[in-house]
Design a protein around this ligand. Structure first.
Ligand code: BGC
Length: 496
Protein backbone atom coordinates (compact mmCIF):
# COMPACT_ATOMS: atom_id res chain seq x y z
CA UNK A 1 0.00 0.00 0.00
CA UNK A 2 1.43 3.38 -0.89
CA UNK A 3 0.55 6.28 1.30
CA UNK A 4 1.49 9.89 0.79
CA UNK A 5 2.33 10.97 4.28
CA UNK A 6 0.76 14.23 5.25
CA UNK A 7 -0.37 15.51 8.62
CA UNK A 8 -3.91 14.41 9.51
CA UNK A 9 -6.79 16.83 8.93
CA UNK A 10 -7.26 19.59 11.48
CA UNK A 11 -10.89 18.90 12.18
CA UNK A 12 -9.89 15.69 13.79
CA UNK A 13 -6.27 16.59 14.43
CA UNK A 14 -4.89 17.84 17.62
CA UNK A 15 -1.17 18.45 17.59
CA UNK A 16 0.13 18.05 21.09
CA UNK A 17 3.79 18.37 21.79
CA UNK A 18 5.11 15.35 23.61
CA UNK A 19 8.60 16.74 23.92
CA UNK A 20 9.42 18.38 27.24
CA UNK A 21 9.41 22.15 27.09
CA UNK A 22 12.87 23.69 27.14
CA UNK A 23 13.92 25.02 30.50
CA UNK A 24 13.05 28.66 30.45
CA UNK A 25 15.16 31.05 32.53
CA UNK A 26 12.10 33.22 32.91
CA UNK A 27 10.19 30.41 34.62
CA UNK A 28 12.98 29.94 37.15
CA UNK A 29 12.88 33.64 37.90
CA UNK A 30 9.13 33.61 38.28
CA UNK A 31 9.26 30.95 40.95
CA UNK A 32 10.51 33.70 43.24
CA UNK A 33 7.62 35.96 42.46
CA UNK A 34 5.88 37.04 45.65
CA UNK A 35 2.87 38.92 44.30
CA UNK A 36 1.11 35.70 43.37
CA UNK A 37 -1.47 34.41 45.81
CA UNK A 38 -3.27 31.18 45.13
CA UNK A 39 -5.36 31.01 48.31
CA UNK A 40 -7.77 33.66 47.11
CA UNK A 41 -8.38 31.74 43.87
CA UNK A 42 -9.23 28.52 45.67
CA UNK A 43 -12.97 29.22 46.09
CA UNK A 44 -13.21 29.68 42.30
CA UNK A 45 -11.70 26.23 41.78
CA UNK A 46 -13.90 24.63 44.43
CA UNK A 47 -17.04 26.09 42.92
CA UNK A 48 -15.95 25.02 39.42
CA UNK A 49 -15.40 21.45 40.58
CA UNK A 50 -18.81 21.43 42.20
CA UNK A 51 -20.58 22.81 39.13
CA UNK A 52 -18.79 20.44 36.76
CA UNK A 53 -19.29 17.32 38.86
CA UNK A 54 -20.61 14.29 36.97
CA UNK A 55 -21.44 11.67 39.60
CA UNK A 56 -23.25 8.53 38.49
CA UNK A 57 -26.80 9.98 38.79
CA UNK A 58 -25.83 12.87 36.49
CA UNK A 59 -24.28 10.46 33.97
CA UNK A 60 -27.36 8.26 34.16
CA UNK A 61 -29.60 11.23 33.51
CA UNK A 62 -27.52 12.20 30.46
CA UNK A 63 -27.60 8.66 29.04
CA UNK A 64 -31.38 8.37 29.59
CA UNK A 65 -32.04 11.83 28.17
CA UNK A 66 -29.86 11.08 25.14
CA UNK A 67 -31.85 7.89 24.48
CA UNK A 68 -35.17 9.75 24.94
CA UNK A 69 -34.07 12.62 22.66
CA UNK A 70 -32.99 10.14 20.01
CA UNK A 71 -36.44 8.56 20.08
CA UNK A 72 -38.17 11.95 19.89
CA UNK A 73 -35.96 13.00 16.96
CA UNK A 74 -36.75 9.75 15.12
CA UNK A 75 -40.49 10.24 15.66
CA UNK A 76 -40.77 13.55 13.85
CA UNK A 77 -38.44 16.15 12.35
CA UNK A 78 -37.88 18.83 14.98
CA UNK A 79 -39.07 16.44 17.72
CA UNK A 80 -35.98 17.06 19.86
CA UNK A 81 -32.60 18.80 19.97
CA UNK A 82 -31.22 15.80 18.12
CA UNK A 83 -31.92 16.00 14.41
CA UNK A 84 -31.48 12.24 13.88
CA UNK A 85 -30.66 12.72 10.21
CA UNK A 86 -31.25 9.96 7.72
CA UNK A 87 -27.97 9.27 5.93
CA UNK A 88 -29.42 7.21 3.06
CA UNK A 89 -26.57 4.79 3.75
CA UNK A 90 -28.42 1.50 3.96
CA UNK A 91 -25.58 -0.76 2.89
CA UNK A 92 -22.17 -0.65 4.44
CA UNK A 93 -19.00 -1.76 2.63
CA UNK A 94 -18.60 -5.52 2.34
CA UNK A 95 -14.97 -5.83 1.29
CA UNK A 96 -15.88 -6.65 -2.31
CA UNK A 97 -15.48 -3.07 -3.55
CA UNK A 98 -13.16 -2.63 -6.53
CA UNK A 99 -11.83 0.25 -8.58
CA UNK A 100 -10.52 3.80 -8.24
CA UNK A 101 -12.46 6.11 -5.93
CA UNK A 102 -11.87 9.56 -4.52
CA UNK A 103 -12.89 11.17 -1.24
CA UNK A 104 -13.12 14.82 -0.23
CA UNK A 105 -13.25 15.78 3.38
CA UNK A 106 -14.39 19.20 4.59
CA UNK A 107 -15.06 19.57 8.26
CA UNK A 108 -12.70 22.00 9.90
CA UNK A 109 -9.81 24.23 9.17
CA UNK A 110 -8.32 21.74 6.71
CA UNK A 111 -9.64 20.21 3.56
CA UNK A 112 -8.42 16.79 2.51
CA UNK A 113 -8.50 14.93 -0.81
CA UNK A 114 -7.82 11.24 -1.11
CA UNK A 115 -7.81 8.55 -3.80
CA UNK A 116 -7.80 4.85 -3.23
CA UNK A 117 -7.54 1.82 -5.47
CA UNK A 118 -9.70 -0.97 -4.09
CA UNK A 119 -8.92 -4.56 -5.02
CA UNK A 120 -11.92 -6.53 -3.79
CA UNK A 121 -12.04 -9.18 -1.06
CA UNK A 122 -8.51 -10.50 -1.52
CA UNK A 123 -6.51 -7.36 -2.22
CA UNK A 124 -8.62 -4.87 -0.26
CA UNK A 125 -6.91 -1.46 -0.30
CA UNK A 126 -4.19 -1.62 -2.96
CA UNK A 127 -3.04 1.97 -2.71
CA UNK A 128 -4.08 5.23 -1.09
CA UNK A 129 -2.79 8.75 -1.49
CA UNK A 130 -3.98 11.91 0.15
CA UNK A 131 -3.22 15.59 0.30
CA UNK A 132 -4.30 18.22 2.71
CA UNK A 133 -4.77 21.92 2.25
CA UNK A 134 -5.54 24.34 5.03
CA UNK A 135 -8.50 26.59 4.43
CA UNK A 136 -7.58 30.27 4.63
CA UNK A 137 -9.36 31.90 7.58
CA UNK A 138 -11.11 34.42 5.33
CA UNK A 139 -12.78 31.63 3.35
CA UNK A 140 -14.42 30.31 6.54
CA UNK A 141 -16.48 33.47 6.66
CA UNK A 142 -16.53 34.35 2.96
CA UNK A 143 -19.02 33.38 0.28
CA UNK A 144 -20.14 29.93 -0.72
CA UNK A 145 -18.69 30.30 -4.22
CA UNK A 146 -15.27 31.27 -2.90
CA UNK A 147 -15.17 28.27 -0.57
CA UNK A 148 -16.31 25.73 -3.16
CA UNK A 149 -14.02 27.17 -5.87
CA UNK A 150 -11.13 26.70 -3.49
CA UNK A 151 -12.11 23.09 -2.83
CA UNK A 152 -12.67 22.27 -6.50
CA UNK A 153 -9.36 23.77 -7.52
CA UNK A 154 -7.47 21.76 -4.84
CA UNK A 155 -9.27 18.66 -6.07
CA UNK A 156 -8.46 19.40 -9.73
CA UNK A 157 -4.76 19.78 -8.87
CA UNK A 158 -4.80 16.49 -7.00
CA UNK A 159 -6.50 14.67 -9.88
CA UNK A 160 -3.80 15.90 -12.26
CA UNK A 161 -1.21 13.92 -10.24
CA UNK A 162 -3.06 10.61 -10.62
CA UNK A 163 -0.94 7.76 -11.98
CA UNK A 164 0.98 4.67 -10.93
CA UNK A 165 -1.29 2.14 -9.25
CA UNK A 166 -4.39 4.27 -9.76
CA UNK A 167 -6.32 3.19 -12.82
CA UNK A 168 -9.62 4.50 -14.15
CA UNK A 169 -11.26 2.10 -16.63
CA UNK A 170 -11.88 3.63 -20.05
CA UNK A 171 -15.17 5.40 -20.55
CA UNK A 172 -15.83 6.01 -16.84
CA UNK A 173 -16.05 9.26 -14.92
CA UNK A 174 -14.21 9.52 -11.65
CA UNK A 175 -16.43 9.07 -8.61
CA UNK A 176 -16.00 10.56 -5.17
CA UNK A 177 -17.41 10.38 -1.70
CA UNK A 178 -17.86 13.81 -0.12
CA UNK A 179 -17.47 13.95 3.64
CA UNK A 180 -19.09 17.16 4.74
CA UNK A 181 -19.00 17.43 8.52
CA UNK A 182 -21.78 19.87 9.25
CA UNK A 183 -25.52 19.31 9.84
CA UNK A 184 -27.05 18.51 6.46
CA UNK A 185 -30.60 17.43 5.74
CA UNK A 186 -29.93 14.61 3.32
CA UNK A 187 -32.38 14.35 0.47
CA UNK A 188 -30.71 11.28 -1.08
CA UNK A 189 -27.35 9.56 -0.83
CA UNK A 190 -25.88 12.17 -3.18
CA UNK A 191 -27.68 15.36 -2.21
CA UNK A 192 -28.37 17.32 0.94
CA UNK A 193 -29.21 20.77 2.19
CA UNK A 194 -26.94 22.52 4.70
CA UNK A 195 -28.99 23.27 7.81
CA UNK A 196 -26.42 25.50 9.51
CA UNK A 197 -22.70 25.93 9.88
CA UNK A 198 -20.96 24.88 13.13
CA UNK A 199 -17.38 25.00 14.46
CA UNK A 200 -16.82 28.67 13.70
CA UNK A 201 -17.77 28.56 9.99
CA UNK A 202 -20.15 31.26 8.80
CA UNK A 203 -19.94 31.10 5.00
CA UNK A 204 -22.72 33.12 3.41
CA UNK A 205 -25.06 31.71 0.82
CA UNK A 206 -24.68 28.01 1.73
CA UNK A 207 -27.32 27.31 4.41
CA UNK A 208 -30.47 26.10 2.66
CA UNK A 209 -28.51 25.07 -0.46
CA UNK A 210 -27.70 21.62 -1.83
CA UNK A 211 -24.05 21.06 -0.94
CA UNK A 212 -23.46 18.66 -3.82
CA UNK A 213 -24.89 21.18 -6.30
CA UNK A 214 -22.51 23.83 -4.89
CA UNK A 215 -19.59 21.45 -5.39
CA UNK A 216 -20.74 20.33 -8.85
CA UNK A 217 -21.00 23.93 -10.03
CA UNK A 218 -17.51 24.69 -8.74
CA UNK A 219 -16.11 21.51 -10.36
CA UNK A 220 -17.77 22.62 -13.60
CA UNK A 221 -15.99 25.98 -13.34
CA UNK A 222 -12.70 24.05 -12.99
CA UNK A 223 -13.55 21.80 -15.96
CA UNK A 224 -13.33 18.75 -13.69
CA UNK A 225 -15.34 15.69 -14.65
CA UNK A 226 -16.10 13.99 -11.35
CA UNK A 227 -19.34 12.57 -9.94
CA UNK A 228 -20.26 12.83 -6.25
CA UNK A 229 -21.73 9.36 -5.54
CA UNK A 230 -22.09 9.74 -1.79
CA UNK A 231 -22.50 12.77 0.46
CA UNK A 232 -21.76 11.73 4.03
CA UNK A 233 -21.14 13.10 7.47
CA UNK A 234 -17.70 12.32 8.99
CA UNK A 235 -19.27 10.02 11.59
CA UNK A 236 -20.96 8.01 8.82
CA UNK A 237 -17.71 7.81 6.85
CA UNK A 238 -15.89 6.69 10.00
CA UNK A 239 -18.47 3.99 10.64
CA UNK A 240 -18.17 2.77 7.04
CA UNK A 241 -14.35 2.81 7.19
CA UNK A 242 -14.28 0.87 10.47
CA UNK A 243 -16.96 -1.58 9.35
CA UNK A 244 -14.85 -2.51 6.31
CA UNK A 245 -12.48 -4.26 8.71
CA UNK A 246 -14.81 -5.28 11.52
CA UNK A 247 -18.44 -6.40 11.30
CA UNK A 248 -19.20 -5.64 14.93
CA UNK A 249 -18.92 -1.86 14.48
CA UNK A 250 -22.37 -0.37 15.20
CA UNK A 251 -21.60 3.15 16.38
CA UNK A 252 -19.09 5.85 15.35
CA UNK A 253 -18.18 8.93 17.35
CA UNK A 254 -16.08 11.95 16.40
CA UNK A 255 -14.41 13.89 19.20
CA UNK A 256 -12.28 16.54 17.54
CA UNK A 257 -12.87 20.22 16.91
CA UNK A 258 -16.57 19.35 16.94
CA UNK A 259 -18.40 16.24 18.05
CA UNK A 260 -21.07 13.91 16.72
CA UNK A 261 -22.19 10.28 16.67
CA UNK A 262 -23.96 7.96 14.26
CA UNK A 263 -25.20 4.40 14.58
CA UNK A 264 -26.91 1.54 12.76
CA UNK A 265 -30.69 1.77 13.18
CA UNK A 266 -33.55 -0.51 12.06
CA UNK A 267 -35.82 1.23 9.58
CA UNK A 268 -38.80 -0.05 11.61
CA UNK A 269 -37.67 2.11 14.52
CA UNK A 270 -37.90 5.37 12.53
CA UNK A 271 -41.51 6.60 12.57
CA UNK A 272 -40.66 9.80 10.66
CA UNK A 273 -39.30 7.78 7.78
CA UNK A 274 -41.93 7.66 5.09
CA UNK A 275 -41.60 5.79 1.85
CA UNK A 276 -37.93 5.01 2.33
CA UNK A 277 -37.08 1.46 1.33
CA UNK A 278 -33.95 -0.18 2.62
CA UNK A 279 -32.91 -3.55 1.22
CA UNK A 280 -31.07 -4.38 4.43
CA UNK A 281 -33.83 -3.18 6.78
CA UNK A 282 -31.14 -1.01 8.41
CA UNK A 283 -29.88 2.49 7.89
CA UNK A 284 -27.31 4.78 9.45
CA UNK A 285 -28.64 7.66 11.50
CA UNK A 286 -26.51 10.76 12.01
CA UNK A 287 -27.63 11.93 15.45
CA UNK A 288 -25.97 15.41 15.38
CA UNK A 289 -25.62 14.93 19.13
CA UNK A 290 -23.62 18.16 19.43
CA UNK A 291 -26.99 19.90 19.78
CA UNK A 292 -27.98 17.84 22.84
CA UNK A 293 -28.65 20.02 25.90
CA UNK A 294 -30.84 18.17 28.41
CA UNK A 295 -29.48 18.34 31.98
CA UNK A 296 -25.90 19.32 31.15
CA UNK A 297 -23.92 20.50 34.17
CA UNK A 298 -23.10 23.99 32.88
CA UNK A 299 -21.16 26.77 34.60
CA UNK A 300 -21.14 30.55 34.33
CA UNK A 301 -18.10 30.18 32.06
CA UNK A 302 -19.98 27.94 29.62
CA UNK A 303 -22.93 30.30 29.57
CA UNK A 304 -20.78 33.35 28.92
CA UNK A 305 -18.84 31.56 26.15
CA UNK A 306 -22.11 30.43 24.56
CA UNK A 307 -23.63 33.91 24.76
CA UNK A 308 -20.62 35.39 22.95
CA UNK A 309 -20.46 32.63 20.31
CA UNK A 310 -21.72 32.94 16.72
CA UNK A 311 -24.45 30.40 17.52
CA UNK A 312 -25.78 31.20 21.03
CA UNK A 313 -28.02 28.54 22.55
CA UNK A 314 -26.94 25.98 19.94
CA UNK A 315 -24.55 23.01 20.03
CA UNK A 316 -24.41 23.01 23.84
CA UNK A 317 -23.14 19.41 24.16
CA UNK A 318 -20.48 20.23 21.58
CA UNK A 319 -19.53 23.38 23.49
CA UNK A 320 -19.15 21.32 26.69
CA UNK A 321 -17.22 18.31 25.40
CA UNK A 322 -15.40 19.09 22.14
CA UNK A 323 -11.93 20.30 21.25
CA UNK A 324 -12.88 23.68 19.89
CA UNK A 325 -14.12 24.79 23.31
CA UNK A 326 -12.34 23.05 26.23
CA UNK A 327 -9.29 25.35 26.16
CA UNK A 328 -11.51 28.41 25.95
CA UNK A 329 -13.54 27.34 29.00
CA UNK A 330 -10.29 26.88 30.95
CA UNK A 331 -9.10 30.33 29.83
CA UNK A 332 -12.29 31.91 31.11
CA UNK A 333 -11.84 30.25 34.51
CA UNK A 334 -8.24 31.45 34.67
CA UNK A 335 -9.31 35.01 33.93
CA UNK A 336 -11.77 34.81 36.82
CA UNK A 337 -9.04 33.43 39.11
CA UNK A 338 -6.69 36.18 38.00
CA UNK A 339 -9.29 38.88 38.59
CA UNK A 340 -10.65 37.73 41.90
CA UNK A 341 -7.69 35.87 43.32
CA UNK A 342 -4.61 37.49 41.76
CA UNK A 343 -3.56 34.01 40.70
CA UNK A 344 -0.90 35.37 38.38
CA UNK A 345 -0.04 38.62 40.15
CA UNK A 346 -1.55 42.06 39.81
CA UNK A 347 -1.30 42.42 36.05
CA UNK A 348 -3.62 40.44 33.76
CA UNK A 349 -1.93 40.19 30.34
CA UNK A 350 -3.92 40.97 27.22
CA UNK A 351 -3.13 37.54 25.82
CA UNK A 352 -4.97 35.83 28.68
CA UNK A 353 -7.96 38.02 28.01
CA UNK A 354 -8.06 37.09 24.31
CA UNK A 355 -10.86 34.62 23.46
CA UNK A 356 -9.60 31.25 22.23
CA UNK A 357 -5.96 32.18 23.00
CA UNK A 358 -5.62 28.97 25.00
CA UNK A 359 -6.32 25.91 22.87
CA UNK A 360 -7.36 22.43 23.93
CA UNK A 361 -3.95 21.07 22.76
CA UNK A 362 -2.39 23.49 25.30
CA UNK A 363 -4.48 22.25 28.19
CA UNK A 364 -3.76 18.65 27.25
CA UNK A 365 -0.02 19.38 27.09
CA UNK A 366 -0.18 20.97 30.53
CA UNK A 367 -1.84 17.85 31.92
CA UNK A 368 0.97 15.69 30.54
CA UNK A 369 3.59 17.57 32.59
CA UNK A 370 4.86 15.21 35.28
CA UNK A 371 7.84 17.32 36.38
CA UNK A 372 8.12 18.32 40.01
CA UNK A 373 8.00 22.05 39.39
CA UNK A 374 5.50 21.83 36.51
CA UNK A 375 7.96 23.57 34.29
CA UNK A 376 6.09 22.85 31.05
CA UNK A 377 2.89 24.22 32.58
CA UNK A 378 4.76 27.42 33.49
CA UNK A 379 6.20 27.74 29.99
CA UNK A 380 2.91 27.14 28.21
CA UNK A 381 1.13 29.61 30.48
CA UNK A 382 3.78 32.19 29.85
CA UNK A 383 4.06 31.65 26.12
CA UNK A 384 0.39 31.27 25.31
CA UNK A 385 -1.30 33.55 27.84
CA UNK A 386 1.57 35.79 28.95
CA UNK A 387 1.11 35.06 32.66
CA UNK A 388 3.72 34.55 35.36
CA UNK A 389 3.03 31.59 37.60
CA UNK A 390 4.45 30.01 40.73
CA UNK A 391 4.17 26.32 41.53
CA UNK A 392 0.91 26.65 43.47
CA UNK A 393 -0.68 28.59 40.64
CA UNK A 394 0.42 25.97 38.13
CA UNK A 395 -1.03 23.19 40.25
CA UNK A 396 -4.27 25.06 40.35
CA UNK A 397 -4.24 25.56 36.57
CA UNK A 398 -3.74 21.81 36.07
CA UNK A 399 -6.70 21.18 38.39
CA UNK A 400 -8.83 23.49 36.25
CA UNK A 401 -7.77 21.66 33.05
CA UNK A 402 -8.54 18.34 34.68
CA UNK A 403 -11.97 19.47 35.85
CA UNK A 404 -12.98 20.56 32.36
CA UNK A 405 -11.49 17.49 30.62
CA UNK A 406 -13.10 15.19 33.18
CA UNK A 407 -16.54 16.67 32.71
CA UNK A 408 -16.15 16.50 28.90
CA UNK A 409 -14.87 12.93 28.80
CA UNK A 410 -17.48 11.62 31.23
CA UNK A 411 -20.35 13.34 29.44
CA UNK A 412 -19.15 11.94 26.10
CA UNK A 413 -19.06 8.48 27.70
CA UNK A 414 -22.61 8.94 28.98
CA UNK A 415 -23.71 9.97 25.48
CA UNK A 416 -22.28 6.74 24.05
CA UNK A 417 -24.11 4.69 26.66
CA UNK A 418 -27.32 6.56 25.78
CA UNK A 419 -26.99 5.40 22.17
CA UNK A 420 -26.23 1.80 23.12
CA UNK A 421 -29.12 1.83 25.59
CA UNK A 422 -31.57 3.05 22.93
CA UNK A 423 -30.43 0.36 20.48
CA UNK A 424 -30.75 -2.36 23.09
CA UNK A 425 -34.17 -1.19 24.32
CA UNK A 426 -35.56 -1.54 20.79
CA UNK A 427 -34.01 -4.86 20.05
CA UNK A 428 -32.90 -7.01 22.96
CA UNK A 429 -29.48 -8.57 22.54
CA UNK A 430 -28.45 -6.40 19.59
CA UNK A 431 -25.81 -4.65 21.69
CA UNK A 432 -25.45 -6.06 25.18
CA UNK A 433 -24.01 -9.49 25.80
CA UNK A 434 -22.20 -9.60 22.45
CA UNK A 435 -19.13 -7.84 21.12
CA UNK A 436 -20.10 -4.31 20.06
CA UNK A 437 -17.56 -1.88 18.67
CA UNK A 438 -17.78 1.89 18.95
CA UNK A 439 -15.38 3.39 16.39
CA UNK A 440 -13.84 6.60 17.69
CA UNK A 441 -11.95 9.28 15.79
CA UNK A 442 -10.90 12.86 16.29
CA UNK A 443 -7.85 14.58 17.67
CA UNK A 444 -9.36 15.24 21.08
CA UNK A 445 -9.95 11.55 21.64
CA UNK A 446 -6.62 10.62 20.11
CA UNK A 447 -4.37 13.10 21.84
CA UNK A 448 -5.85 13.79 25.26
CA UNK A 449 -5.16 10.65 27.32
CA UNK A 450 -6.93 11.86 30.45
CA UNK A 451 -10.06 12.75 28.47
CA UNK A 452 -10.09 9.32 26.85
CA UNK A 453 -9.65 7.62 30.23
CA UNK A 454 -12.52 9.60 31.76
CA UNK A 455 -14.73 8.68 28.82
CA UNK A 456 -14.01 4.97 29.19
CA UNK A 457 -14.44 5.12 32.97
CA UNK A 458 -17.88 6.68 32.58
CA UNK A 459 -18.95 3.97 30.12
CA UNK A 460 -17.76 1.26 32.53
CA UNK A 461 -19.44 2.94 35.52
CA UNK A 462 -22.74 3.20 33.73
CA UNK A 463 -22.77 -0.27 32.19
CA UNK A 464 -21.14 -2.19 35.03
CA UNK A 465 -18.32 -4.72 34.60
CA UNK A 466 -20.24 -7.46 32.76
CA UNK A 467 -21.91 -5.38 30.03
CA UNK A 468 -18.97 -3.05 29.53
CA UNK A 469 -16.62 -5.99 28.97
CA UNK A 470 -18.32 -6.57 25.59
CA UNK A 471 -18.27 -2.94 24.51
CA UNK A 472 -15.08 -2.17 22.61
CA UNK A 473 -14.28 1.52 22.28
CA UNK A 474 -11.76 1.55 19.51
CA UNK A 475 -9.78 4.26 17.79
CA UNK A 476 -10.36 4.17 14.02
CA UNK A 477 -7.70 6.56 12.86
CA UNK A 478 -8.65 8.58 9.79
CA UNK A 479 -11.10 5.85 8.80
CA UNK A 480 -13.41 8.50 7.42
CA UNK A 481 -11.30 9.15 4.30
CA UNK A 482 -11.33 5.54 3.17
CA UNK A 483 -14.90 5.26 4.51
CA UNK A 484 -16.16 7.99 2.15
CA UNK A 485 -14.33 6.41 -0.82
CA UNK A 486 -15.85 3.03 0.10
CA UNK A 487 -19.33 4.56 0.20
CA UNK A 488 -18.66 6.11 -3.20
CA UNK A 489 -17.89 2.57 -4.38
CA UNK A 490 -21.00 1.09 -2.76
CA UNK A 491 -23.11 3.76 -4.47
CA UNK A 492 -21.25 3.78 -7.78
CA UNK A 493 -23.33 4.07 -10.93
CA UNK A 494 -21.09 1.47 -12.51
CA UNK A 495 -21.13 -2.25 -11.82
CA UNK A 496 -18.87 -3.20 -8.95
C1 BGC B 1 -21.07 18.93 13.09
C2 BGC B 1 -21.22 17.46 12.74
C3 BGC B 1 -19.85 16.81 12.67
C4 BGC B 1 -19.08 17.07 13.95
C5 BGC B 1 -17.70 16.43 13.96
C6 BGC B 1 -20.22 19.10 14.33
O1 BGC B 1 -19.98 20.45 14.57
O2 BGC B 1 -22.34 19.51 13.31
O3 BGC B 1 -21.90 17.31 11.51
O4 BGC B 1 -20.03 15.43 12.47
O5 BGC B 1 -18.95 18.46 14.17
O6 BGC B 1 -16.90 16.89 12.93
Amino acid sequence: MSITVNPPPAVRSFPISRSPFPRSPRVTMLLRSTTISTAAALPVLTKLQLDCATPLPVLRHIADAMAADMRAGLAVDGGSDLKMILSYVDCLPTGNERGLFYALDLGGTNFRVLRTQLGGRDDRVIATEFEQVSIPQELMSGTSEELFDFIASALANFVKKEGGKFVLPNGRSRETGFTFSFPVKQTSIDSGILIKWTKGFSVSGTPGKDIVACLNEAMGRQGLDMRVSALVNDTVATLAGARYWDNDVLVAVILGTGTNACYVESVDAIPKLQGHKSSSGKTIINTEWGAFSNGLPLTVYDRAMDAESINPGEQLFEKTISGMYLGEIVRRVLVRMAETGSLFGKHIPQKLQTPFALGTPNISSMQQDTSEDLEAVGSILYEVTGVDSNLDARRMVVDVCDTIAKRGGRLAGAGIVGILQKMEEDSKGVVFGRRTVVAMDGGLYEHYPQYKRYLKEAVAELLGPELSSHVVIEHSKDGSGIGAALLAATNSIYEH
